[in-house]
Design a protein. Structure first.
Lengths: 228, 273
């Protein structure tokens, strides 16, 4: 069979623009998920019952939501229920944020649980305020433990963003579909998309490994395998 | 407590005429298990009190009750005439016990504590371990804290390890770092919780030497330890605990001839190994 390389080349500017959208929506969604995830993890460990219950419900609801269902429901369901049609890009970022906040909350909770009890005690015995105990002693150690898992979820979020094509977010997958359908050359276009995803994922994985080695973390099997 | 104002730290309400530490009828239960069964103990300023006893006798729990890491079930802790109170906690109100918590933080800053497992901060260098409290608790600037931290590290013989990560330090060095970290805040009472128990035998000496130096400098010390040689040499008073009670206490010399059989058998058992 013949591979129409010219089509890939002429589509490349469109694909790269779409890649920017993919990266943008992933970055915004994932960053929001990081912030919310930290708050949720703190909530799960709080002595306050309302905080614990709210975090528990949030995490279990969004961890149990299928991405495909969630994004369609947020886009169409919200519009039907309230009459407000949110832009697809906003819904896309929101979906990634909600879903990943639940996963990251669990990752951070595991990280916090893994910090030795003696670290809390030593920090408290020094007379540090609770915020300083968390910010200066516990969080830095917990984040080292959590970082490899956070990296994996970041990569997942990037690949998950392809699902946003279903609500016409003009990201890589949506754009690929569009060109493939209008040119009747799906093979070339999906190969091109696959290669772009592959490159993006490996760039992120390489950056994560760099950060991990800077922080003195042994590369884990999870993030290591993508490069080995 | 007398309510006549006296010389002392006005801000903390500490009083120069009060003992360093006064424990009154301290009881601690873990569920139904009675770990401390009404302990009364007074430690004068500058006094070095060594607490010994078989494991499970409650000596560590007593020590950890002083700064409320393990708050007693009942009884009173007085530090230089100031009541140390466990902050109230609530499952519903985030602001419950806020004032008591702040007060406890302030008091803890004046009570240094050294742990069996060092508990140095592994993500910070040796110098940063000492600096953290200086900056966040004592309110020094980073420059002041760095200078101060270097002096403290030098005092425990770790001047050349200031930039080292705790991961590369030996157990003895980690424990000396922990001592420097506590001393940097100029505590008025030092709590030592079996600080040599996790060390290789050849590293015990360097840590005990540091504590000996501290005692000689007049520090008030409450020391839970199995190091009887150290206890006999450094302690002003030796307290023997068993099953949550103080069985007997006295000067180290007096304790060479203990009155109680339990003390005698304990001393025999640790001399045996």
């Amino acid at each position: 069979m013949d591979f129409d390389f010219d089509l890939v080349l002429t589509s490349l500017p469109q694909l790269l623009r779409a890649t920017r959208v993919t990266l943008g929506v992933t970055a915004v969604g994932f960053f929001a998920a990081l912030v919310v995830g930290v708050i949720l993890a703190a909530g799960r460990r709080s002595r306050l019952i309302p905080a614990r219950v709210a975090s528990f419900l949030w995490v279990n609801f969004f961890r149990g939501a299928a991405l495909y269902v969630l994004v369609i429901w947020l886009f169409n369901g919200v519009a039907v229920a309230t009459g407000i049609l949110l832009p697809a890009l906003v819904v896309g970022g929101l979906t990634l944020a909600l879903l990943n906040s639940a996963y990251l909350a669990e990752v951070f909770r595991a990280g916090l649980d893994a910090v030795d009890e003696g670290q809390y005690e030593a920090a408290q015995a020094l007379g540090l305020r609770p915020w300083d105990v968390f910010r200066r002693v516990i969080a830095p150690q917990a984040s080292r433990i959590a970082l490899p898992s956070v990296g994996n979820h970041m990569i997942d979020a990037l690949k998950d963003s392809a699902i946003l094509a279903v609500i016409a977010v003009p990201e890589l997958m949506f754009t690929t579909n569009r060109i493939a359908q209008s040119t009747f050359r799906p093979f070339e276009m999906y190969v091109a998309a696959a290669v772009i995803y592959l490159i993006l994922v490996n760039i992120i994985a390489a950056l994560l490994r760099l950060v991990e080695s800077r922080m003195g973390i042994e590369p884990t099997l999870a993030t290591g395998t993508t490069l080995r | 407590m007398p309510d006549v104002p006296e010389a002392g730290d006005v801000r903390n309400g500490r009083r120069a005429d009060q003992p360093a530490l006064e424990l009154k009828d301290i009881r601690k239960y873990f569920g139904d298990l009675c770990v401390l069964d009404g302990i009364d103990l007074t430690i004068e300023r500058g006094e070095v009190v060594v607490i010994a006893g078989p494991s499970g006798s409650g000596k560590s729990t007593l020590l950890r009750g002083v700064n409320m890491l393990t708050p007693p079930t009942s009884g009173e802790v007085w530090f230089e005439g100031v009541r140390v109170v466990e902050p109230a906690t609530s499952r519903w109100n985030p602001f419950a016990g806020r004032r008591e918590r702040r007060r406890l933080q302030e008091l803890r800053a004046h009570m240094g504590m050294v742990f069996q497992h060092f508990n140095v901060f592994p993500h910070l260098s040796a110098r940063e371990n000492v600096m953290l409290g200086l900056v966040r608790v004592s309110g020094l600037t980073t420059d002041e804290a760095r200078e101060r931290a270097d002096r403290e590290l030098e005092a425990v013989g770790l001047a050349d390890k200031a930039d080292a990560s705790p991961a590369v330090l030996s157990g003895g060095q980690k424990q000396r770092l922990a001592i420097a970290r506590a001393l940097a805040l100029e505590p008025r009472l030092m709590l030592f919780d079996e600080v040599t128990s996790a060390l290789d035998p050849e590293l015990v000496g360097e840590v005990l030497a540091q504590m000996r130096e501290l005692a000689a400098a007049g520090m008030t010390m409450m020391v839970v330890t199995h190091e009887m040689g150290f206890a006999m040499e450094v302690a002003d008073r030796f307290v023997f605990m068993d099953e949550g009670n103080i069985v007997e206490q006295g000067t180290p010399a007096a304790m060479m001839n203990p009155q109680h059989e339990r003390t005698r058998s304990f001393l025999r058992s640790i001399q045996g190994d």
